[in-house]
Design a protein around this ligand. Structure first.
Ligand code: G3H
Ligand code: 13P
Ligand code: ZN
Length: 332
């Protein structure tokens, strides 16, 4: 058993309490690679922001769970080395799909876990979430649950159709499961194609898709039912069109990629939404920089030559999210 406390990590309880009270949101950035980890830490330190580093099942399969755990431990030490004596970094399991995987992560240094039972029947979702909570709380690990289903086609946990969270269920669900935070479905979804062209209108000047707004009415109803309770938004990449254009200009093919407009995330951050998940925007920032670099330097073959600008571009994106969208800068 390795406690996250020995690694210098923190759970999400205090972070969320302050974020809800202060009207901002904590960034939850997925990471799979060393460059992503470095960029996240640099951005968090330079902006004095708490941060959640999250690991998906796919990340564990790609990079190895143990390596990622040590990278998170390294992230704490790296933050100190960069001049932040008391960093607030949580290591979170993203979309855990069984009690067993949640337990394994808790036993191996994670400070926070998600049990995603959103695709299960309601009672089963409550029962397994409760089982995870009972185990996690023995070790002061916080638990995120999910109610409602996000649409999306690009990851292992997606569903073909979304079902908004039902506000009338949230009190019963959070009370009986004992979860510390709740991910809800109000129109966000995973990946770089969050809406079909049919669901959007098109800007006549740019030809770009304009997505439908998030269901803020549902968010507000949930906030009324659970005052001050930490709410989480998954699928919150904005799919920056400058990155998409760069990718497409240098040989990529991402037609009609579209995300959640940042002004809507800014608005959500001011509410009980206190954790906003961003993964795809990091992938886009990395890919855009690498495609551009390799196109402009066809003679380069040392990965450091193209991973350096990729890391810089991700860092710029993370800082922008922290400062201009979520408002978690200066909150350490
Ligand atoms: O929620 C999904 C995250 O973007 C992780 O995606 O399963 O491809 O690592 P992944
Ligand atoms: P995006 O695909 O919008 O970045 O969402 C990431 C996410 O929700 C991770 O759990
Ligand atoms: Zn997610």
């Amino acid at each position: 058993m390795t406690s996250y406390k020995e690694l210098g990590l923190v759970n999400t309880r205090e972070m969320f309490k302050k974020a809800v009270a202060g009207g901002y949101a904590i960034p939850a950035f997925n990471f799979n690679t060393m460059e992503q980890m470095q960029a996240i830490v640099q951005a968090a330190v330079e902006t004095s922001s708490p941060v959640i580093m999250q690991v998906s099942k796919g990340a564990r399969a790609y990079a190895n769970g143990t390596i990622l755990r040590y990278m998170a431990q390294g992230a704490v030490e790296y933050a100190k080395e960069l001049g932040c004596p008391n960093p607030q970094i949580a290591l979170h399991l993203d979309h855990g799909d069984s009690f067993e995987i949640c337990k394994e992560c808790i036993d191996n240094g994670f400070s926070s876990v998600m049990f995603d039972g959103s695709h299960l029947p309601y009672e089963e979702n409550i029962a397994i979430t409760k089982q995870v909570v009972e185990y996690a709380h023995k070790y002061d690990v916080t638990v995120e649950a999910e109610l409602g289903v996000l649409a999306g086609v690009e990851d292992e946990v997606s569903a073909a159709e979304s079902h908004y969270t039902k506000p009338e269920e949230v009190i019963d669900f959070s009370t009986r499961s004992g979860c510390d935070s709740l991910a809800i479905s109000i129109g966000t979804s995973h990946g770089a194609y969050k809406f079909t062209p049919e669901q959007c209108t098109r800007d006549p000047k740019t030809g770009k898709l304009v997505p439908p707004p998030l269901a803020f009415n549902i968010l507000h109803q949930i906030e009324e039912k659970l005052p001050g309770f930490p709410i989480v938004l998954h699928g919150s990449s904005s799919v920056p069109q400058d990155e998409v254009d760069t990718i497409n200009a240098f040989g990529g093919k991402l037609p009609d990629a579209v995300g959640i407009p940042e002004e809507q995330l800014r608005e959500a951050s001011k509410s009980a939404v206190c954790k906003i998940n961003i993964d795809s925007d990091s992938r886009l920032a990395m890919t855009a920089a690498i495609r551009k670099h390799l196109a402009e330097h066809p003679d380069h073959f040392d990965p450091r030559q193209y991973l350096k600008p990729a890391r810089e571009n991700m860092k710029k994106m993370y800082i922008h999210k922290i400062v201009d969208v979520l408002g978690s800068n200066g909150k350490l």
